[in-house]
Design a protein around this ligand. Sequence first.
Ligand code: PA5
Length: 447
Amino acid sequence: MALSLDPRGLLDPLELSPSAEEAAFARLRAARERHLGAVPDWRGLGHRRDLLSACRSRVEEIRGTTAPDTLLVLGIGGSALGTRALLDALAPLHQECGIGGGNCRVLVLDNVDPDGIAPLLAALEPAATHVAVVSKSGGTLEVRAQFLVVWRWLREALGADEARARCTFVTDPERGLLRGLAETEGFAALPVPPGVGGRYSVLTPVGLFPALMAGLDAESLLAGAADCAARLAAADERHDPAGLLALAHVLHLQAGRPIHVHFVYSQRAATLGAWFVQLWAESLGKARTEQGAAVAQAPTPLEAVGATDQHSKVQLFVEGPDDKVYLFVAVAESQDDVALPAPDWDLAPLHELAGRSLSEVLRAERIGTERALREAGRPVGVLTLDRLDAEHLGRYFLLMEETTALAGRLMGVDPYDQPGVEAGKRIANRLLAEGVPAVAAADRLTC
Ligand code: PA5
């Protein structure tokens, strides 16, 4: 079982001469050497049995004491999107109904909009809810606000001791507000390794703890990631799918194709698009290189879902400006394929579908869109997951993280910082200290 990348058509539209191609792969070789020369901590997460064991112990403790039917995850950005992607892909129904057997449905709260939080809390039962407060830094504004609200909700219903037993912090092992609170107030806390930043953290307790609470196969998630990391490291630069993806995207960026479309042909895996968009945008959307030079072009990631977006964005993709690169993400084997039955009416448009299956319809639509784009001269790659299971998701997360880190190295930017997020945060924190202006009606155009 593996992921496979069909790279034909990704590099072709660039029409590289043999010497330009040679130079491009030499660049990739240097980027890989730099990347693998100081192996980032997220790359080894597939081997971190200690993190998995810590999560398992906490899950057993929770099941043996408070036995919740719902896990409410508080977090934002990299502390929420991986969990959402994982749960949507592997346990879509858990989010709508408890599944019993000790497993929880998982709800991820990744906003501070009162119109979302108030009705959600009104619909939940505090005694049957466990709350994961997830923040690597431990002090993100949104998570602090969410925690204040949810803690009050738990404490008023159950008292402080029972409320505390229903909380687990997932945070830095040494620093930050949550870690301090865990130490002084006795909240249970799981560690996010210091060298792993938010958007690279899905394979830490950030994603593992919710996965185990939902009864998912976190072991295979890690095994898939570990095997993928080993294979990527062993491949040479012409056979490294992460390197090829990174190189193709960066070359197209420099050739005037800054929009990078992640086109996921799977309902359950659709949230992978949102996870990827955050990873690509925060890692590569930089003004300056690591040496301080201005970055000429930064990419804009865009998510799309097949077949849904064939009736929305594909018109633009095929006939609009040639400023995009397309990575299709396909699932080879559906778990619950549905046969199309013979129609009750003698109508040719229905008869021609009978005997086919929904997975064939979806596949035909994907291949049709790929070919239409290729015929229009657009760069298209196809990444296929043999199955949508924990092992393949582990591979997928690792592959896309590696692709992102390599793209950063090729562009000369730091794929691990996010300085542009700070300015807005500083202003928001100052406004909260000094007084937040009301939404003013003056000087507005109204209708
Ligand atoms: O990728 C990142 O570093 C960010 O998106 C963070 O995940 C996000 O800002 C949340 O940060 P934290 O986990 O520290 O609360």
